[in-house]
Design a protein around this ligand. Structure first.
Ligand code: HEM
Length: 440
């Protein structure tokens, strides 16, 4: 039984190979070692599980044997005890309090904001010059998440939020260096940027909470409902800040990436693009979509699903075992780390015909499949399943329909897509496409 890959180094383990090419490393590992593979990253002994049945056990049926993995544990430095990083009873209580903001009726109500923000973003486009579509979708989803969850003020601070997020992402490398997180208080570049980003975001959200408390006005957003809650359900300002920041960070870039990748898939495939245009024209007849159209656009939904499959914003999930967990005759011990990479499972030819091909028909209601459910888990699973999944689907379909109703996006052979798997899987140095106004 291998405990690390053959190219592993003392102390660092497979860290250099992993950092060089994270996606390729995981794919090769599955090919060389199979569904239950081992490697090491600095002090961590890591198991990589790529069989859907094993993924399901870790995330759903035996979720109590695991807690979040080292990277999310360290993200507490920024997110505090927000929903993404919290554990146990704290997580259960907060999830219950936040669930109502994501009730399907509430999410439908967000439809109008989504379409308005998508239309406002594309109104600024002009023909001829290339645009970074990823930067555009990030602004769009930040405005939506800001308005629906935190209140309209966030829109005036988009630049502050984006600069802070860039600061935080630049510190991400610390999460993989053995003992790297202990450097966070030192005056070194990434640590300094980490502190700067955290200060900016905390300052912004703290101000918003204080203003709500002072005015007592309910803006109809989630933040208002948390600040103005009954004393029985009241959270402290610190807890509210952690939740607000978590939703802002977890809730916008993920959706923005999937939207940008959807546009990339269409730009690469004129036949697919023509199908999407035909659907949008037939269903909308030139008008903007409304929330009611979300379930009438199956090809748009299929393209968004294929983007989530081929370019999963959450490209690998990690857990740390808190008790023993048997897998295929071996035993994962407490303290060991388990990784379940969507990147590998979503492209596994055992579950997907021609896995590299974007085929929205896989997702049509009439398509039959014997594929295991956990072969597709862009939103995770079990009690820690993404709370924003419904919002993401709604935003994905409605924003896509809004954009392609007016624009055709052409790929630029001189700027091919490159991937950057950080906390989310995002395009490296942007995703550049050239917009052309549609005349039909
Ligand atoms: C395409 C878009 C999205 C993707 C791919 C995505 C993916 C995920 C994944 C994989 C998890 C599970 C993490 C884990 O178990 O370790 C998660 C959790 C979470 N997501 Fe999302 N997400 C998306 C959109 C959103 C949106 C729109 C929001 C909120 C506005 C959101 C907020 C959260 C929160 C708060 C959690 C933690 C839930 C908990 O542990 O109870 N996400 N997301």
């Amino acid at each position: 039984m291998a405990t690390s890959s053959p190219r592993s180094l003392p102390l660092l383990g497979d860290l250099p190979a992993f950092r060089r090419d994270r996606l390729g490393f995981m794919t090769r590992l599955a090919r060389e070692q199979g569904d239950v593979a081992r490697f090491s990253i600095g002090p961590y002994r890591v198991w990589q599980l790529t069989r859907p049945e094993h993924v399901h056990e870790v995330l759903v049926t035996h979720a109590e044997r695991f807690r979040k993995g080292p990277v999310l544990q360290r993200a507490r430095v920024v997110l505090g005890d927000g929903l993404l990083t919290a554990e146990g009873e704290h997580h259960r209580r907060h999830r219950r309090l936040l669930n109502h903001a994501f009730h399907p009726d509430r999410v439908r109500g967000y439809g109008q904001v989504i379409v308005e923000r998508a239309a406002a973003t594309t109104d600024r486009w002009s023909e001829g010059s290339a645009i970074d579509v990823h930067a555009q979708t990030v602004r769009m989803t930040l405005a939506t998440a800001g308005t629906t969850l935190l209140g309209t003020e966030v829109e005036h601070h988009v630049d502050v939020v984006q600069a802070a997020i860039d600061d935080l992402l630049s510190a991400y490398q610390l999460a993989f260096v053995p003992f790297g997180w202990r450097l966070q208080h030192l005056p070194v570049g990434p640590a300094r940027r980490l502190r700067r980003g955290r200060r900016a975001l905390h300052g912004l959200v703290d101000r918003m909470i204080a203003e709500r408390r002072a005015s007592g006005v309910d803006g109809g957003d989630l933040l208002s409902s948390l600040v103005l809650a009954d004393p029985d359900d009241a959270l402290t300002d610190r807890e509210i800040r952690d939740e607000a920041l978590t939703l802002l960070l977890a809730g916008h870039e993920t959706t923005a990436n999937a939207l940008a990748f959807s546009l990339h898939l269409m730009a690469e495939d004129p036949e697919l693009e023509a199908r999407v245009h035909a659907e949008v024209d037939a269903v909308l007849g030139g008008r903007r979509p409304t929330a009611a159209d979300r379930d009438r656009l199956p090809v748009c939904r299929g393209v968004f699903a294929e983007a989530l499959r081929l370019f999963p914003p959450s490209w690998a999930m990690a857990r740390e075992a808190v008790s023993e967990h048997p897998v295929d005759g071996q035993v994962i011990r407490a303290g060991e780390v388990v990784v379940t990479p969507q990147w590998v499972v979503h492209r596994d030819p055992r579950w997907w015909d021609e896995p590299e091909r974007c085929d929205p028909d896989r997702w049509l209601p009439e398509a039959s499949t014997t594929r295991p459910r956990a072969a597709f888990f862009p939103f995770g699973g079990g009690v820690r399943q993404c709370i924003g999944e419904g919002l993401a689907w709604t935003e994905g379909v409605l924003a896509l329909a809004t954009i392609v109703g007016r624009w055709r996006l052409r790929s630029l052979p001189e700027r091919p897509l490159e991937l950057d798997p950080l906390i989310t899987l995002r395009p490296r140095d942007g995703l550049w496409l050239r917009p052309e106004r549609r005349t039909t």
